[in-house]
Design a protein around this ligand. Structure first.
Ligand code: ATP
Ligand code: MG
Length: 295
């Protein structure tokens, strides 16, 4: 019995027994049930993708505006069962049957052409040719691609800065998005600037970017979305505190998460007074560019 207990106690903690943090500060939101708002953009994006040929979308937003969280939500929401969502969330935006590829250009492996091409084929469960160059990759896609496929490109500026992802590579991507397999490939990219501005600023000619006909800007939450976020907080806010959080955060999710976390810590430590507000203001100051102020 003793040895059984010893064995059990040395087992790693089961992931399902981990509690979700009430507030997420720093990393993007990856669990759909922790994602709030963005109804307008979700509706517009999914409306575009209801039809073939799939069209291409750019999401433009400042640093920390919530771009990566949105990408994770897009690729996971359709296949997340209702039981894993909040009651106010829907998962019927699209009929099931799409496949998704997520490419984070901040991942060092995604700075190499072969790394990107291999990753796409692996995610789509397709054979990886050797060598895996643009020509053999395109051939595999043309042979095997049947299901509508959405390729999400996070932080495209990092991809553009990678010397190995040259003009020919972006022409290859453009081919996938415009000629390949009867419009069954749709791209969505995130960037801090619009595709037209990227095309002007980038010193590599970027033929890829003029296929992005739909551009959505990522702003703060609406009032209703921000209130919904606060209503799901494990700690109740007074009316005055709610007003203060909305005002100081400008309804930006990243800032709301930080401020709510400060308040949660204060409650846990049973500290009264306004120290949590001072702390919260200090923590959000580096992001004051979101509020249109100089940090
Ligand atoms: N829809 C959302 N619901 C709840 N919290 C969110 C949401 N979107 C973003 N956040 C919060 O904002 C923070 C920043 O989000 P995210 O990392 O997605 O932004 P980003 O624009 O990709 O940032 P960066 O430019 O640094 O890559 C997250 O840590 C999370 O706390
Ligand atoms: Mg990001």
């Amino acid at each position: 019995m003793d040895s059984f207990l010893t064995t059990v106690s040395t087992l790693p903690i089961s992931l399902t027994s981990w509690q979700r943090s009430p507030f997420v500060i720093g990393p993007p939101i990856t669990q759909p049930c922790q994602f709030f708002g963005r109804d307008y953009i979700l509706k517009r994006v999914f409306d575009v993708w209801k039809h073939l040929p799939l069209q291409h979308i750019a999401i433009v937003g400042s640093k920390r505006s919530g771009k990566t969280s949105l990408l994770h939500y897009l690729r996971r929401i359709i296949d997340t069962p209702k039981e894993e969502l909040r009651p106010d969330q829907r998962n019927d935006w699209l009929a099931p049957g799409y496949q998704w590829v997520f490419i984070d250009f901040q991942d060092p492996r995604m700075c190499h052409q072969e790394g990107v091409l291999r990753h796409i084929l692996n995610e789509l469960d397709m054979p990886v040719p050797a060598p895996c160059d643009l020509a053999s990759f395109t051939e595999v896609i043309e042979l095997y691609l049947e299901i509508p496929t959405l390729i999400l490109l996070d932080e495209i500026s990092a991809g553009l800065a990678a010397p190995e992802l040259d003009e020919q590579f972006w022409w290859g991507m453009r081919f996938l998005g415009s000629n390949c397999e009867k419009g069954k490939i749709g791209f969505l990219l995130t960037a801090k600037e619009s595709p037209e501005k990227i095309m002007l600023d980038d010193n590599k000619p970027s033929p890829f970017f003029n296929i992005f006909g739909h551009v959505f800007n990522l702003g703060p939450f609406t009032d209703a979305e921000a209130l919904n976020f606060l209503n799901h907080s494990p700690l109740p806010f007074t009316e005055e505190e709610t007003h203060w959080v909305l005002q100081k955060s400008g309804r930006w999710p990243a800032l709301m998460q930080i401020i709510c976390h400060s308040k949660l810590i204060a409650l846990e430590e049973q500290s009264s007074g306004n120290q949590w507000r001072t702390e919260a203001i200090k923590r959000i100051t580096p992001y004051s560019y979101l509020l249109g102020k100089k940090p």
